[in-house]
Design a protein around this ligand. Structure first.
Ligand SMILES: C[S@@+](CC[C@H](N)C(=O)[O-])C[C@H]1O[C@@H](n2cnc3c(N)ncnc32)[C@H](O)[C@@H]1O
Length: 282
């Protein structure tokens, strides 16, 4: 399997993705996953204040920048390669009247030449833009370059061990596919989804430290709750058993608490569907 997508394949995938992503958390599995991500960001990325900038790498439709701009005083830059995701971002920002706080920048994370060196206070990267990128080392060294000293990066990739478990249990994948996934750390979830990089906690931490970062802690998101296949319905209309069960607030809160209690423990993080690593530029 190879990762590199043509520009056309990339555009086709994100054109349809852009239409529904903002409604994904109407499915409770994603609502919980988003709540965990938000909590991890709030605990580990300090607010750089009104003059500061947080760059959302692969920030797509600006949904995180919009949410975070209600909690943080800083400005946000949404950096993304997909014109369709950025068009949706533009509309979302106008609707929220956040044009003064959130700016958009089109570009490739593997070549951020339109962002100045040490111009950004912190970087977040959510729901795995890094999984789509062939030259991950270049992307991480670009994030290191643009970050100010003392700045934090919180970057996510699809989980390697979870991908193997899911391909065995949910898909009963062929032996050749399972061995290929193990050997190459590449996964293909569905015909319409590109081939994606998957990461172990140790692998992502090594890449971050090779890029010059000091790694701090790595989280699995989520580590215990597992999505149903219905949670991947691109129109967000289907409801999995787990999403239905999470309608019960007491159950939702108990799962949230258990996830937050254990998701940053070194021996639990690799259970993560996504691996979310925190590092710092010294
Ligand atoms: C799964 S989406 C997540 C979007 C957003 N972070 C969110 O959580 O809603 C992945 C995003 O990564 C972006 N992306 C993928 N490869 C990229 C690259 N090489 N440079 C910049 N953005 C990229 C896509 O355009 C898409 O917006």
């Amino acid at each position: 399997m190879v990762l590199n997508m043509t520009k056309e394949e990339f555009d086709v995938f994100f054109e349809s993705y852009a239409k529904n992503v903002d409604e994904a958390n109407t499915q409770n599995f994603w609502k919980l996953s988003d709540a965990l991500i938000l909590e991890i960001i709030k605990r580990h990325v300090p607010d750089p204040g009104q003059k500061g900038v947080i760059l959302d790498a692969g920030g797509g439709t600006a949904r995180w920048a919009i949410l975070l701009s209600k909690i943080y005083a800083s400005k946000f830059t949404v950096f993304d390669l997909s014109i369709d995701m950025l068009k949706k971002a533009q509309k979302n920002i106008e609707k929220e009247r956040l044009g003064e706080r959130i700016s958009l920048l089109k570009g490739d994370l593997a070549d951020m030449s339109n962002v100045l060196t040490e111009s950004v206070d912190h970087v977040i990267s959510i729901y795995s833009p890094l999984s789509f990128i062939e030259d991950r080392d270049k992307a991480l060294s670009e994030l290191h370059r643009i970050l100010r000293r003392g700045g934090k990066v919180l970057v996510m990739g699809h989980g390697y061990y979870n991908a193997i478990a899911s391909k065995i249990n949910n898909y009963r994948a062929a032996a050749t596919e399972l061995h290929g996934l193990d050997r190459e750390s590449l996964v293909k979830w569905a015909p319409s989804v590109p081939v994606l990089n998957v990461f172990s906690k140790e692998g992502l931490e090594k890449m971050l430290s090779d890029a010059g970062f000091i790694t701090k802690q790595t989280f699995g998101v989520p580590v215990f709750v597992q999505p149903g296949l219905e949670d991947f319905d691109s129109e967000n209309k289907l409801r999995s058993e787990i999403s239905k069960a999470l309608e019960d607030g007491a159950f939702f809160n108990a799962v949230f608490d258990l996830e937050m209690k254990h998701n940053g423990e070194a021996y639990v993080a690799n259970r993560g569907m996504n691996i979310f690593a925190l590092a710092e530029k010294k």
